[in-house]
Design a protein around this ligand. Structure first.
Ligand SMILES: [Zn+2]
Length: 237
């Protein structure tokens, strides 16, 4: 939809500010994975089209209120993104609103994640399928903090995202870090009662080396490093 000159200018200033802040974040990180992620966010800010739809929410269907969307389509082997965001959520009195800005930052933070991101998400007690949304929210909070958004604004925005993560306190995690919610993670408190159960033990790889034995002989005692296992011989008192 057509924007007013004031809205257009406000959006342009916001995006330029976001870009310069993420550039600084990218150039000051010492982690190659983060460098790649920030670089992709800069690329998103510069190139992903932002489609502004009239109204307060996007057509939401059954999944509740949708304030933003980053749709990805594979076209001739290239993944193409487009952001959709409703006008009345993004702008307030002719300027980019705080909540709208945070939603837009979230959509711009949807990047293809390294494998370790999915493991990290699982460590938090969340299903790895949440990794994309989880990291978009964490990255959004990082960028927003660096852009000098108030902590309360970020917290208020994220507290409404808890339902997306089965109750996980994403707002506190983003602001206080992993230590801040360590107890909740350990106890699985954020999981709804219906699915609350102890975390399964991870499957461990065998710690002893496996020896390949010559065919026809079950145990070879004269090969170095191969020991016959003790017979199972229960004794009863
Ligand atoms: Zn998202």
């Amino acid at each position: 939809m057509a924007l007013t000159n004031q809205e257009r200018a406000s959006l342009r200033i916001f995006l330029a500010h976001a870009r310069s802040v993420v550039l600084k974040m990218r150039d000051s990180t010492k982690y190659p994975e983060l460098y790649a992620i920030y670089d992709k966010i800069i690329d998103n800010i510069s190139h992903v089209p932002i489609n502004i739809r009239s109204g307060e929410t996007l057509e939401s269907g059954l999944s509740g209120i949708v304030n933003g969307m980053n749709s990805k389509k594979l076209e001739a082997g290239i993944l193409r993104s487009a952001i959709f965001i409703p006008h009345d959520h993004l702008f307030e009195y002719g300027k980019v609103s705080t909540d709208g800005a945070l939603t837009l930052l979230h959509e711009l933070s949807h990047v293809v994640l390294p494998h370790s991101a999915h493991n990290f998400t699982a460590k938090m007690g969340l299903h790895p399928r949440f990794a994309d949304e989880f990291f978009a929210d964490i990255l959004m909070a990082h960028v927003a903090k660096n852009m000098n958004f108030q902590r309360e604004s970020i917290g208020n925005h994220l507290v409404r995202r808890r339902a997306t993560f089965e109750g996980f306190p994403i707002d506190r995690f983003a602001l206080e870090g992993r230590r801040g919610v360590a107890e909740e993670i350990r106890e699985g408190r954020f999981r709804p009662r219906s699915i609350r159960r102890p975390m399964e033990e991870p499957i461990r790889a065998p710690e002893e080396p496996v020896h390949i034995l010559p065919t026809g002989r079950r145990w070879v005692n004269d090969l170095p490093g191969v020991r016959k296992p003790r017979r199972f011989s229960p004794r009863f008192a």
